[in-house]
Design a protein around this ligand. Structure first.
Ligand code: HEM
Length: 350
């Protein structure tokens, strides 16, 4: 059964994460990329797209999976080694980006740049005319997919995992509620200007991104010259996988890494300490979507926590902080367990 088919329906009054957030993240990403905000009529399409994205990342492995190590296996049984799931998920995203590209191209005008995609179309036309550097449609489609996939999968999972942490730690949730109530109140939604004034909430998001590292082995890098690391000589071209999760769970760095404790990021006066976490990697190739993802997590969670208390329905199998993970490119609880546990979170109106 594919990840798309196996999703359970939530029980009365409960909301499924990350299902509930695919549409919102797709809408925000698409308004930046293509200036269009998919309307309510696209809800079902975006939900399925999110699930296809999830199917894709569940079939991907940061270390190179069986098929990449032994490509001839794809001829024997592509379904068994995740290739079919990977391709089906990937193609769904590519089709969506292509559809958007075609729609925007049809209404493109040289005189008026509406959004990022228009800038790309302009470059494609210029390159075609100049015969200069090849900036082509395939690159734009790949760029759109590179933006859509992490928005739909990593960010929604990070949000779901933060919800899981809050459900398991009602004392933390209460402190966030009190902080939002005293700084923002209930008369308006939290805005990005509130971020510096909500240090406990900020520390809570930071702690969730540390405790539930979304991309455990980051993205593979390669050494561009011979280098020495911890006494080991790395020849030029060595593949390097930064162990972000290992760093986030290192007792020598954090003391009690297993515990979910936002206070570790605050000084005795409640001010935020410098951030030593690396959920978005580091250096020149640090995550391109870092600011967007951090801002989105703040706004989405802030809006939710302003009005709701997050609880797990009593009928559900109790949540734990560490579910049964499938170690893929991104950390995701295996889909059926995931939807049955962290998924069914009851939103009680305060
Ligand atoms: C909570 C959400 C996210 C997490 C935890 C995350 C994490 C990461 C990590 C660890 C890397 C590798 C960085 C490195 O190589 O050192 C990365 C790269 C990247 N991320 Fe994200 N990401 C998130 C959301 C997003 C979003 C929303 C987008 C796009 C809108 C995005 C786009 C990218 C791109 C394009 C790269 C490759 C950057 C490059 O190689 O120069 N990410 N991300």
């Amino acid at each position: 059964m594919s990840a798309v088919q196996s999703v359970r329906r939530p029980c009365d009054g409960a909301v499924l994460f990350p299902d509930a957030t695919y549409r919102c993240f797709a809408a925000v990403t698409w308004s930046m990329f293509a200036g269009t905000r998919p309307g309510r009529a696209s809800d079902r399409q975006l939900l399925l797209l999110g699930r296809r994205g999830r199917q894709n990342v569940l079939a991907t492995d940061g270390t190179g999976n069986t098929i990449i190590q032994t490509p001839w296996l794809r001829h024997l049984s592509p379904g068994q080694f995740g290739l079919a799931d990977f391709v089906q998920g990937h193609n769904a995203l590519i089709d969506y980006v292509k559809q958007t590209f075609d729609e925007q191209l049809a209404t493109y005008s040289e005189d008026h740049t509406r959004h990022f995609l228009d800038v790309c179309i302009k470059e494609i036309k210029k390159d075609a005319a100049d015969q200069g550097l090849p900036f082509n449609i395939e690159q734009v489609i790949a760029t759109g997919t590179d933006l859509l996939l992490p928005s739909l999968t990593v960010t929604t999972t990070a949000l779901a995992e933060t919800v899981r942490c809050l459900v398991l730690h009602p004392e933390v949730q209460t402190k966030v509620h009190l902080e939002i109530d005293s700084v923002v109140g209930r008369g308006r939604l939290p805005t990005l200007d509130d971020r510096p004034n909500l240090p406990y909430f900020e520390a809570t998001i930071r702690e969730a991104l540390r405790r539930k590292t979304a991309v455990p082995l980051s993205v593979a890098h390669a050494s561009t010259t011979e280098a020495t690391l911890n006494g080991y000589t790395l020849p030029k071209g060595t593949i390097l996988l930064p162990g972000l999760e290992a760093f986030h769970m290192n007792p020598e760095v954090w003391g009690d890494p297993e515990n979910f404790r936002p206070e570790r990021f605050l000084d005795e006066t409640g001010k935020l300490l410098p951030d030593r976490t690396l959920p978005f990697g580091g250096g020149r190739r640090e995550c391109f979507g870092k600011t967007y993802a951090r801002n989105s997590l703040f706004l989405f969670l802030g809006g939710m926590l302003q009005s709701f208390t997050l609880q797990q329905p009593q009928s559900e199998k109790p949540l734990t902080l560490d579910g049964l993970y499938s170690k893929n490119f991104t950390n995701q609880v295996q889909h059926i367990t995931y939807y049955c546990t962290s998924a069914n979170i009851l939103l009680h109106q305060c």
